[in-house]
Structures are given as C-alpha cells and as structure tokens.
Design a protein around this ligand. Structure first.
Ligand code: A4P
Ligand code: MG
Length: 203
C-alpha cells in the first residue's frame, strides 16, 4: 500500500491515506512482510511423472507471495497404503518454500495446481497425476481435517523424510523430532534415489 500516490490524488474519489494509517494497516497484516517457511511434499504416479513434478514446482514459483528455495532429488517409491503391485510407482520430491500466504491459501494454491494437472479425485490414496501436501508450515500445529499440520503421516513416510533430509539435514518435524532420526527409524525400504533424474530450482 502506498500513501499519497500521484494516481490517487488525480482521482477525486480517492482520498489520500496518511502514512501513519498505512503503517498501522501494514503492521496488522503480519503475513505481509513476514514470510514463513513451509515444506511441501509432491507425489505423482500417473502420466509423465517427472514433467508433472517440474510443472508443479514451476507453478509454485509463479505464485505471488511464494518463492521456492530448495528442490530435493527425485525418489521412485512404492505406493504407500495400498496393496503391493496395485498401482504404478510414485515419483516423490520435497520442496522448501518461503511464503507470505497464510496456510489456508497455500493449501488452496496446492489444490489449484493439482486441478491444473488434471488430478482426478477418486477414492483415498488413488493413483494421481500430482498430490501437493503441506508437510509443515512454520511451527503451526492444527488438527483441522481440512488442513492438519504438520501432515499427520509425514513422520512415518520415507518418501517424505528421505528427500526432505537431503535438502535440510538438520530439519525437525514439529512434535515428532529430528527428520534424520525419524528417517533412521522408518528406514529406506521402498524408496529409491533416482540419480539419473533431476528437478530444477526455478530461476
Ligand atoms: N488435508 C489435510 N491436511 C493436509 C495437508 N497438510 N496438506 C486435506 C494437504 N492436504 C491436507 O487430500 C484429502 C484432504 O486432505 C484434502 O481435502 C485436504 O483438505 P487429497 O489430496 O484430496 O486426497 P489424498 O491425497 O488421497 O488423501 P490423503 O489422506 O491426503 O492422502 P495422503 O496422506 O496425501 O497420501 N505413496 C507414495 N509412495 N507416494 C505418495 O506420494 N501419497 C499418498 C497420498 C498415498 N500413497 C503414497 C503417496
Ligand atoms: Mg493429499
């Protein structure tokens, strides 16, 4: 918000806003100049999995108020929570972002990206072109089913912990402990690093 802009003064319907009021409004919006860190998990097991992951990362970077800070290696992973062999394998990755969006808007943005990549919602844990999950948002804790934070299953999923650990070895999962220790407990069965594949950090 800018006070006393020349545009505003030439428009008779717009009254100048004193700088002191602008400062108060800006200060009240704690998200405005106070970006938060969030960890997002991306998963794809339908279509061109690598292109879709990259497309989702690029779409995240194109989001106003959001910057992608780090992108993990790609892991090929066995589908979790379904009968073995019943679904194609996943490509999974984790991205670290900084954002001024509040958690609910970040969730909406993730869901809009899922829609853009033709995600079809069938039964729970069905195969999908792309799933965008919020693993953590700052230290926010929530048990709202619409947005549970940290993600309630992240601590037991090697396909989240392994790529996250690669890009943030000292990371901690709020309420669960160090990502390195959680990964050591869970083990790396069913997740394979694909050194032949790479996702780009958007410029
Ligand atoms: N929701 C609540 N909390 C969150 C959060 N932190 N991030 C809500 C994102 N969404 C959250 O999600 C269902 C609802 O969860 C949403 O409406 C949102 O408001 P969904 O994406 O529509 O459906 P889903 O993903 O099938 O269900 P769910 O329970 O979120 O599944 P998960 O836990 O995301 O698991 N195996 C491998 N190897 N790799 C994977 O990436 N992913 C899943 C999905 C299963 N197996 C997998 C993988
Ligand atoms: Mg999901």
């Amino acid at each position: 918000m800018s006070a006393f802009s020349s545009k505003g003064q030439s428009d008779p319907t717009v009254q100048p806003v004193p700088a002191s009021v602008v400062a108060q409004v800006d200060a009240a919006d704690s998200t405005l100049s106070n970006p938060k860190s969030a960890v997002l998990s991306l998963g794809s097991n339908l279509g061109n999995r690598l292109d879709t992951l990259q497309g989702a990362i690029d779409a995240l970077e194109d989001t106003p108020g959001l910057r992608v800070k780090a992108v993990s290696p790609v892991y090929e992973t066995e589908p979790w929570g379904v009968a073995p062999g019943s679904q194609p394998s996943y490509f999974n990755a984790v991205v670290l972002v900084r954002t001024t969006l509040p958690p609910s808007s970040l969730l909406e943005r993730g869901q809009a990206i899922e829609e853009a990549f033709d995600r079809v919602r069938e039964e729970r844990w069905a195969p999908r072109t792309i799933d965008v999950d919020i693993v953590t948002y700052a230290d926010v804790v929530s048990d709202d089913p619409e947005l549970s934070l940290p993600h309630p299953r992240a601590h037991e999923r090697a396909f989240v912990l392994a790529p996250w650990h690669d890009i943030e070895p000292d990371a901690r999962l709020t309420g669960a402990g160090s990502v390195a220790e959680l990964l050591a407990d869970v083990g790396r069965d069913g997740v394979q690093l694909r050194t032949d594949l790479e996702l780009r950090l958007p410029e």
